[in-house]
Design a protein around this ligand. Structure first.
Ligand code: DX5
Ligand code: ZN
Length: 237
């Protein structure tokens, strides 16, 4: 028995002007979760000196999560691409976020406190890592006193939708699945019909997909294909 497949369309690829109806459309198409990419953007000149932000893009924050929450009961899988995730715990908790996944690269010193705070606000803690970050960095967060409940292995450099899947990141997924048979392992970036089998066979069960789902003429078909790929691998566990 493996861990359940969760297909999470990335709302970053949706029409933000119609977020509530886009979210409902994805759920009607069979989505399990809605993946919400929260990014902090940056000012290039300032950032070159001080690197105060995590990614060069600015997307949504707690006010948008709060608005969307009024229209849906769906699991809102929030991916925090920000340098100071601790500042977002309280507002996102209040706004109605379900999952709170922060990046290990910016939380090396305070993840224990961060995880406790996330849980105290009723959210499910997860940790993410960029393609260049070794998988060993997240082991203490899975095994620690305040364990995360999901690991998100980035399969592209965080920041933008529509990038090319990096197959070399699959070694990390394989290592994680071998070590933690019942852990939720999420992959994010460049996932779609042509890459899902690589991710599923490596052991990923939570699949984020933006452009492949929103860009398809039949989103339901893409979601169903990805689910089948994960379930096929699960049968062999
Ligand atoms: C990238 C984001 C992803 C992005 C995925 O930084 O974390 O969630 O929306 O988009 P696709 O599936 O188009 O690569
Ligand atoms: Zn994401």
């Amino acid at each position: 028995m493996g861990v359940a497949a969760k297909i999470a369309p990335s709302m970053l690829s949706s029409d933000f002007a119609n977020l509530a109806s886009e979210a409902q459309r994805m759920l009607d198409c069979g989505a399990d979760w809605l993946h919400m990419d929260i990014m902090d953007g940056y000012n290039l000149n300032y950032c070159l000196l001080h690197k105060p932000h995590f990614v060069p893009n600015l997307t949504i924050g707690a006010p948008v999560i709060e608005s969307l929450r009024k229209h849906t009961k769906a699991y809102l899988d929030c991916h925090l691409m920000v340098t100071n995730p601790l500042d977002y715990v309280e507002p996102l908790g209040k706004a109605g976020a379900s999952g709170f996944t922060f990046h290990v690269e910016v939380s090396r010193d305070n993840w224990g406190e961060l995880v406790q705070r996330i849980k105290s606000k009723g959210m499910r803690p997860g940790v993410s890592l960029k393609p260049g970050t070794p998988i060993e960095e997240v082991y203490p967060l899975i095994e620690g006193e305040y364990p995360v409940e999901m690991v998100l292995v980035m399969t592209v450099e965080p920041g933008f939708g529509g990038q090319k899947f990096m197959p070399e990141t699959m070694d990390k997924v394989r290592a994680l699945r071998k070590k933690y048979p019942s852990l939720d392992i999420e992959v994010d970036g460049g996932l779609g019909p042509s890459t899902i089998d690589m991710a599923a066979s490596a052991g990923a069960n939570c699949i984020v997909a933006g452009s492949s789902v929103f860009g398809a003429p039949d989103s339901a078909q893409v979601i169903s294909l990805m689910r089948k790929s994960v379930e096929e691998v699960q049968k062999n566990y």
